[in-house]
Design a protein around this ligand. Sequence first.
Ligand SMILES: [Zn+2]
Length: 302
Amino acid sequence: MHIEKIKTYMFHYIRDSKNNELSYLNSFNSEKFFSFVDKNKNNILSQKCIKNLLSSGDEINTKRKILLTFDDGLKDHFNEAYRILKSFNLSGIFFINTKNIIFGEMDTVHKMHFLYGKIGWKKLVEIIIGECRNKKIKIEDYYDEEIAAQSYPLDDREVAVIKYAINYKLQAKIRDELVNSIFYDYRGDFEEKDFYLSKNDINEMSSNGMIFGFHGHEHIPFSSLNKYQLHQSLLNQKIFFEDMDIKNYGVLSFPYGDISSYNHNNINVLTKFGLNLAFIADQHNVNNHSLKILKRIDCAAI
Ligand SMILES: [Zn+2]
């Protein structure tokens, strides 16, 4: 079967619906995940099929058509996804940010997930604009309406420009401080502890047929890194896999994964680094790249 016929789903949070305090994180329900896997157990790629996909060319030797992928190295992937996949003897690809695994501190991108999950984008945009005024950050200097609309076609204009400014334009230090101060105002009794997979989780998952891939050492768009920085980020990941004795399949998912999140210069570094397959987070056009790039469907569409 041709590789383009594989339907790849992308998951982030997978949580128990009874766990109400966390339900505001835009999560996929774990009971629903179980029934999805159960219903499609003969169609979801096993470890053997995924290895086949990662080592062969465009034609792959399987009738199975559904590939499951999990981004950001979240603890949920051990607690829910892995537990369920293992019980069906199935597998998935888990894309991790090694810095978050090593240090365990909650990343700005996940603080943003928490905030818009809890208070909604509309209110969050107002809060961000207010906080920028307090901190004397001229956020409007970082607006780029055209690219923002391309990157976030499903969002309102106000939301898209703020998202783009935060994810792509603001300097990391300013962005982290801005999001941090809003997060600590709204976090309530939310526990940051055990937000990510531990090294032990990764070891156990890997020993039981789960596959790990690159998602950047830090969760920042590759397009905002120069060649040296991207090389360094990938090298950190490679060393992490080597130290942990985790097989490196040369597969990655672009952090953020929208059309603005990577560029031609990045692709050159990736191919030189031995990466041979990359996933995006949506359905934008990926022709004209020397690297094999596959589209994904967000699990919200299930
Ligand atoms: Zn991600």
